[in-house]
Design a binder for this molecule. Structure first.
Ligand code: G3P
Ligand code: CA
Length: 240
C-alpha cells in the first residue's frame, strides 16, 4: 500500500482536496487524512488541533464552527497557486473519493463522539470495505471496535512491545503501524506471524522508504507517493 500521507503533501497543501486529487493523478490508490471535531459537531479534515499552521486563521479547531472554518484559506501557506483551498469535511472527502481510493482515516481529536461520527460517515458512504480507521489513541480504537466491528483498524505506535501486540490482539485490531525507522524484516515477520498487517508511518526520506519496502512491510504513508509508486514498479520488475 502506497498511502498518500495527508494527500500528496510534498507537492500540495496537506489534507486538502488539491492534495488528494494530486495523489490520485500520481497513481495512488490509498490516501491518509486526519480528523477533528468542530465546535458544532462536524468532522473536519485537518492534522493539528489548531488552524494556525495550515490556514490563515488562528485558534483551536474544536472552538470554531464549521461555517467559520470553511472561510479560512487552507492553501496559500503552501503556495499562492493553492489560494482558496478549504478545510474539507470528512463527509465531502468520502463523497468525492468513494470508489476511487481506499481512505485511511486517522482520528486525532479526543472524543468518543468523533469515533462514532467517523464510523457513521464511512457507513453512510458505503465505504466499509474501502476505509481503515487508525489512531495513536487506543481509546479511539476501542470505541471503534465496540461500535463498528466491521471496520478495519490500525494502531499507530512508535515502538512495538509485547504489550502492544497483546492489546492489539485482544481488541481484534487488523494492523499494527510502527514508526518507519523502527521497522526491520524480523519485526515484520513477527507481526505477520501474529496475524497483523504491518503498515509504517513517518517515512521522512527516500532511503527510509526503500528500507521499509525491503523489510517486506505491507505498506506505508508517504508524502511523495509518486516516488514510492515508481520504486515499487522498478523493484517488482527487477524481481521478475
Ligand atoms: O500514517 C500515520 C501518520 O500520519 C501519523 O503521523 O503526525 O502525520 O499524523 P501524523
Ligand atoms: Ca496522520
Amino acid at each position: 500500500m502506497a498511502i498518500a500521507h495527508r494527500g500528496a503533501s510534498s507537492y500540495a497543501p496537506e489534507n486538502t482536496m488539491a492534495a488528494f486529487d494530486l495523489a490520485i493523478v500520481m497513481g495512488a490508490r490509498h490516501i491518509e487524512l486526519d480528523v477533528h471535531s468542530t465546535s458544532d459537531g462536524h468532522v473536519v479534515v485537518i492534522h493539528d488541533d489548531t488552524v494556525d499552521r495550515t490556514t490563515d486563521g488562528s485558534g483551536p479547531v474544536a472552538k470554531v464552527a464549521l461555517a467559520a472554518l470553511r472561510t479560512l484559506d487552507a492553501g496559500s501557506w503552501f503556495g499562492h497557486e493553492f489560494t482558496g483551498e478549504r478545510i474539507p469535511t470528512l463527509d465531502a472527502v468520502l463523497g468525492r473519493y468513494r470508489g476511487r481510493v481506499h481512505v485511511h482515516v486517522e482520528i486525532k481529536g479526543q472524543s468518543s463522539q468523533l469515533s462514532h461520527q467517523t464510523a457513521d460517515l464511512i457507513r453512510k458512504h458505503g465505504m466499509v470495505g474501502e476505509a481503515t480507521i487508525t489512531s495513536f489513541q487506543i481509546a479511539r480504537l476501542q470505541e471503534t471496535r465496540a461500535n463498528a466491528p466491521e471496520l478495519t483498524t490500525g494502531w499507530l505506535v512508535a515502538d512495538v512491545t509485547d504489550a502492544v501486540i497483546a492489546q492489539a490482539r485482544s481488541l481484534g485490531l487488523s494492523q499494527i503501524c510502527p514508526r518507519a525507522n523502527r521497522i526491520t524484516s524480523e519485526l515484520v515477520r513477527r507481526l505477520r506471524a501474529a496475524g497483523f498487517v504491518v503498515r509504517a508511518w513517518g517515512v521522512a526520506s527516500e532511503d527510509l522508504m526503500r528500507q521499509v519496502v525491503q523489510s517486506g512491510a505491507d505498506g506505508m504513508t508517504v508524502n511523495f507517493p509518486d516516488k514510492l509508486i515508481a520504486y515499487l514498479a522498478t523493484s517488482t520488475a527487477s524481481r521478475g
